[in-house]
Design a protein around this ligand. Structure first.
Ligand code: ZN
Length: 343
């Protein structure tokens, strides 16, 4: 990306841009201890972080895909989970695209014969790893509302019947977490078919799923449950540093299981847990290690059986140790306390 100008309060600042970092010279600014707002103008086609290309039906689209630290390829940010903020996106795009992003849509205006402006506003501070836009041909449906929160499906028009069917279960999932863990933090939940490189990416209230998550057979339910659990654990309650990723992935893994238990009965969780137990043991024989490994600096090594299944098992064992009632009370308290302490 090419940086065109850096300014603050109308004062143009000097800067250097190299190795994915912008160094801004602050000597032209007052030195008092105050909040400074920078305006950074830049252009180009990002190398990564924003996936631009054709989907499986040959339609072009643009999908943010930041995890873990790929956001800085297209957004000028401190690319770390501790740095949370509100975010606004204003997208000027050709008319045939629909635009989805974090938060609520505050404007959609035709600005010429061929283009329109769409603005989304997220007021709740969210980590950079889950800030996104999705720009594509979409079919959209309101799947339902949970406690007044709209749950939307955004899918490719070519598979809209299957997509609307598969993603509609998201309302039932939202209801479970909203009721059992604590109030949902955001004003909408969109489930979006996308070009994410992951199976699903829990972007704040704008979850992206891989293209083939849609089959028309309701096979995405546990994936949806996992990504929705992240809205509480990962997005709302966010790890201070990368190596604490189990607080996000271990919780999402186990809470997807708790949703399935609630919906289909205890045997379903037992089956999931037995399967994951085997994975944990097999993994441990080859890679002894722990759920929390502070020595990990290579972010590609964060997502392991330790941080997903084994961390989920830690929660399962905790529940067994303290009993269901105390477990749920503890989870609710943990969620609310940590959330109150965070930005
Ligand atoms: Zn996850």
């Amino acid at each position: 990306m090419e940086v065109l100008e850096v300014s603050s309060g109308g004062v143009v600042l000097t800067y250097s841009h190299a190795n994915n970092k912008i160094h801004i010279n602050l000597s032209a600014l007052p030195h008092e201890n105050q909040t400074v707002i920078f305006k950074i103008k830049y252009k180009g086609e990002p190398q990564d972080g924003l996936i631009i290309g054709k989907n499986k039906y040959g339609d072009r689209g643009f999908f943010g895909d930041n995890w873990p630290d790929r956001a800085h390829h297209w957004l000028p940010v401190v690319d770390h989970p501790f740095d949370k903020s509100s975010v606004d996106f204003s997208i000027n795009a050709p008319l045939h695209y629909s635009v989805v992003a974090n938060g609520i849509k505050v404007e959609e205006s035709f600005i010429s014969e061929k283009r329109k402006l769409t603005r989304w506003h997220e007021e709740v501070p969210i980590p950079v790893k889950v800030m996104v836009v999705g720009i594509a041909r979409f079919a959209t449906e309101l799947a339902g509302k949970v406690d007044g929160i709209p749950v939307e499906s955004w899918v490719y028009p070519q598979n809209k019947a299957e997509g609307f069917y598969d993603y509609a279960v998201a309302t039932r999932v939202l209801d479970f977490f909203h009721t059992h863990v604590g109030p949902y933090s955001y004003k909408k939940l969109a489930n979006v078919q996308s070009k994410t490189r992951w199976g699903g990416l829990e972007n704040a209230n704008t979850i992206f799923y891989y293209e083939n998550s849609i089959t028309g057979k309701g096979q995405a339910e546990s994936l949806i449950a996992h990504e929705e659990a992240h809205q509480w654990f990962g997005n709302s309650v966010t790890e201070q540093d990368w190596h604490h990723v189990w607080l996000s992935e271990g919780f999402a893994t186990y809470f997807a299981g708790l949703y399935l238990e609630h919906t289909y009965g205890h045997d379903r969780l037992v089956a999931e847990a037995a399967n994951q137990r085997k994975q944990v043991i097999d993994y441990f024989h080859k890679n002894p290690g722990s759920v929390l490994d502070t020595t990990i600096t290579d972010l590609a090594k964060l997502l392991t059986t330790n941080t997903y299944q084994r961390a989920g098992w830690v929660l399962h064992m905790l529940r067994h140790e303290v009993g269901d009632l105390t477990f749920w009370k503890g989870i609710q308290k943990y969620y609310l306390l940590i959330k109150m302490e965070m930005p």
